[in-house]
Design a protein around this ligand. Structure first.
Ligand SMILES: Cc1cc2nc3c(=O)[nH]c(=O)nc-3n(C[C@H](O)[C@H](O)[C@H](O)COP(=O)(O)OP(=O)(O)OC[C@H]3O[C@@H](n4cnc5c(N)ncnc54)[C@H](O)[C@@H]3O)c2cc1C
Ligand code: FES
Length: 274
């Protein structure tokens, strides 16, 4: 039987600075390739330092390169040494893990994605998926919020999406900035004047925990049902495969039952994101 704790080896083939604290790493996976779905995650090990979970920033079948985008935490056991690595360095990779976004439930519905800060990482492959099969979905809107324009990852791609008629992309930054002439205000201010049909709409919400409470309130005010609000949760993890219990929230394991949950599933938990 395969050892579920043994990582496969990947080579960093490209590194790009996204924001002052976030970098994208492309992991070369050789002929074997790598298959994953939007919303799944991997466990990445930096040898000699440790292992940590990161959402997949691209998805598909037999990928030759997997992209992840990682925020560096000062003194972080894994993220700090990972940010020191350059092209040619080797890392370990386990996964993919987790359930991913419920594409079947999203098909045929209007979709609103609300992504705060680094929350754009896990929803990026979902945006790719919807754009690639655009006719299978209804109205498609994406809200993206960041502290400043410099804190927005994937700037080139955001610029490209903003030109595409297939998606209504709305960006905001928290406070005025000399290099920004777009909307200013917390991401919840994008709900003002935004019309959605609660009987048709699924809302996918990913961002810092503080954002969830306020976005849930906006959704509720617009009549969105609890089962139509979808989150990707972050919890401290160790095994990633439902063995150690580190990621448990009540009777749910974020690594295997999640990381994607509907509000109906997690409502009432002591640590629900509200
Ligand atoms: C399913 C899942 C998907 C994730 N996807 C991504 C992703 O795509 N990109 C990404 O950058 N991160 C992602 N994370 C978070 C990432 O796993 C952590 O940031 C990482 O484990 C930190 O590791 P570290 O060893 O460097 O930090 P540690 O040494 O564990 O911590 C260092 C310091 O940073 C703080 N810290 C660590 N992580 C966080 C955090 N997430 N939020 C706030 N403070 C923190 C700690 O409290 C501590 O003070 C994901 C987490 C999960 C569970
Ligand atoms: S990380 Fe071990 S059970 Fe989820």
């Amino acid at each position: 039987m395969d050892n579920i704790y043994a990582p496969r080896i990947a080579e960093i083939v490209r590194v790009r600075e996204e924001t002052p604290t976030e970098r994208s790493f492309w992991l070369g996976l050789g002929d074997e390739g790598f298959s994953c779905r939007p919303g799944q995650f991997i466990a990445l090990s930096v040898f000699g330092h440790g292992e940590a979970p990161f959402g997949v920033a691209n998805a598909g079948e037999n990928l030759a390169e997997l992209q992840i985008t990682v925020r560096r935490y000062p003194g972080g056991q894994v993220t700090e040494p990972l940010h020191q690595l350059r092209e040619g360095a080797r890392v370990g990779l386990r996964g993919p893990f987790g359930n991913g976004f419920p594409l079947d439930a999203l098909r045929g519905r209007d979709v609103l994605i609300v992504a705060g800060g680094i929350g754009l990482v896990p929803v990026r492959p979902l945006i790719h998926e919807i754009l690639a099969h655009r006719q299978e979905y209804g109205k498609f809107t994406v809200f993206v919020g960041a502290r400043t324009p410099h804190d927005m990852p994937y700037k080139d791609e955001l610029a490209e999406w903003s030109q595409r008629p297939e998606v209504d992309l709305r960006l905001t930054i928290d406070v005025p900035h000399p290099e920004w002439d777009g909307h200013v205000g917390l991401i919840t201010t994008l709900f003002q004047g935004f019309e959605l049909d609660p009987s048709r709409t699924k809302v996918v919400i990913v961002g810092p925990p503080v954002m969830y409470r306020f976005v849930i309130a906006e959704c509720k005010e617009k009549g969105v049902a609890d089962e139509d609000m979808i989150f990707s949760l972050e919890r401290t993890m160790k095994c990633g495969v439902g063995k150690c219990g580190h990621c448990a929230i009540k009777h749910k394991y974020v690594c295997t039952d999640g990381p994607v949950f509907t509000y109906a599933e997690i409502k009432g938990f002591a640590e629900e994101p509200i």
